[in-house]
Design a protein around this ligand. Structure first.
Ligand SMILES: C[S@@+](CC[C@H](N)C(=O)[O-])C[C@H]1O[C@@H](n2cnc3c(N)ncnc32)[C@H](O)[C@@H]1O
Length: 354
């Protein structure tokens, strides 16, 4: 579905939207503070509504603080006010209770917010210049294991929320041909490997990842008692001079290839082709922005691309499926099967050597 072919807004709606963009940082931070001070939650707990004075009484926030925050919340659409009594809106209810919203919100605040300020430099240099707010790292993946705990927690919650929700849908497809050996590239904390072990009694999984993530995965998998069925390949996939493991019935890449540029993806896929056993398949799970059911799904992915530019590596993105399939073809594969709308907007591509 193409949501973006025509301009659907009237002039009045357009000037309103332009103001939302101009004030976006104030809207975002006001909402965060309303949530973190407990103001929104306090009002939600009183369906009959509360006055500003009652909110001051029930929270640790000053009279002035409550006044500016609650007035701003009216314009944002988080509160309504009639006869000085404030009530939460449905939008506030989602801010407070919806997991998807919270994961996106915390990711934007804790991981991206400060670094986005130098987006122009990232675009100019093709480097994640925003990552400097956390130290001197070439990519976010090198930094992840060293992030402050809250930042790492928000990154992992964001990453896992999107991939975890698809695992149940894709396990039967990946295990239809009973792979005995599976390479999980970008295996991260080992969540997919654990799903595989629980789904199939025989499969041996090799996780290919950077050192910091291999340590996290090793700890998680050993703790769960699957140490005998896991192997690790600790390496940087971008270094083509390093050996690539071989002899796999299945290669799994979930939310992995979006971490790389066009040329890097083609290089990785070419090396995957050499690593497959005869009759083996490559399984790619990716959220493509053109394969979303709702326009807001496409919106979220297009904005996530900007995180890749400013914070992750400066040269990757959430791709359009047709551009991505061009890389698959160029690397010598064909798409044998495509399943869309898995979990939260993921697509599974089953690829076979062409
Ligand atoms: C976005 S996460 C995806 C994690 C997991 N597959 C999922 O679906 O949730 C990308 C993973 O790729 C790994 N990665 C990124 N760059 C890498 C590189 N150059 N070499 C090896 N692994 C890399 C990261 O460490 C991280 O674990």
């Amino acid at each position: 579905m193409n949501f973006f072919e025509t301009d659907k807004l009237t002039a009045l709606q357009s000037i309103e939207k332009a103001q939302w963009i101009a004030f976006a940082p104030a809207v975002f931070q006001t909402t965060r503070v309303l949530r973190e001070t407990g103001i929104l939650q306090t009002i939600q707990q009183h369906p009959e509504g509360l006055t500003q004075a009652q909110v001051v009484e029930k929270t640790n926030v000053s009279k002035y603080g409550v006044r500016v925050l609650m007035e701003a919340a009216l314009g944002i659409g988080l509160l309504t006010c009639k006869d000085d009594v404030y009530k939460v809106t449905k939008t506030a209810t989602f801010i407070l209770n919806d997991k998807l919203t919270q994961v996106n919100f915390d990711f934007m605040n804790d991981v991206c917010y400060n670094g986005l300020f130098t987006l122009d430099e990232s675009i100019q240099n093709g480097k994640p210049e925003g990552l400097k707010v956390f130290g001197d790292w070439p990519t976010l993946y090198r930094a992840l294991a060293h992030f402050p705990p809250k930042v790492r927690e928000s990154w992992l919650a964001f990453d896992h929320y999107y991939s975890d929700a698809s695992f149940a849908d894709v396990l039967p497809i990946v295990f239809k041909h009973k792979p005995k050996s599976l390479l999980d590239i970008g295996g991260n904390t080992g969540k997919w490997a654990l799903e595989c072990f629980q789904h199939d009694q025989d499969v041996v999984v090799t996780i290919f990842d950077l050192p910091g993530q291999v340590n996290m995965a090793n700890k998680n998998i050993t703790e769960k008692g699957f140490g005998d069925r896991i192997r690790f390949h600790e390496s940087d996939i971008l270094d083509e001079s390093l050996p690539f493991p071989k002899g796999f019935d299945a290669i799994w890449m979930s939310q992995f290839l979006d971490c790389f540029s066009d040329e890097q993806i083609i290089s990785i896929l070419k090396r995957c082709r050499q690593a497959l056993n005869p009759d083996g398949s490559v399984y790619i799970l990716e959220p493509f922005w053109d394969c979303q059911r709702f326009q807001v799904g496409a919106f979220a992915l297009q904005q996530t691309s900007i995180y890749f530019t400013a914070m992750a590596n400066g040269n990757s993105q959430m791709y359009h499926s047709e551009i991505f399939k061009g890389f698959i073809k160029e690397a010598g594969f064909m798409v044998a099967e495509q399943k869309d709308m898995l979990g939260v907007g993921n697509t599974l591509l089953v690829c076979k050597p062409a």
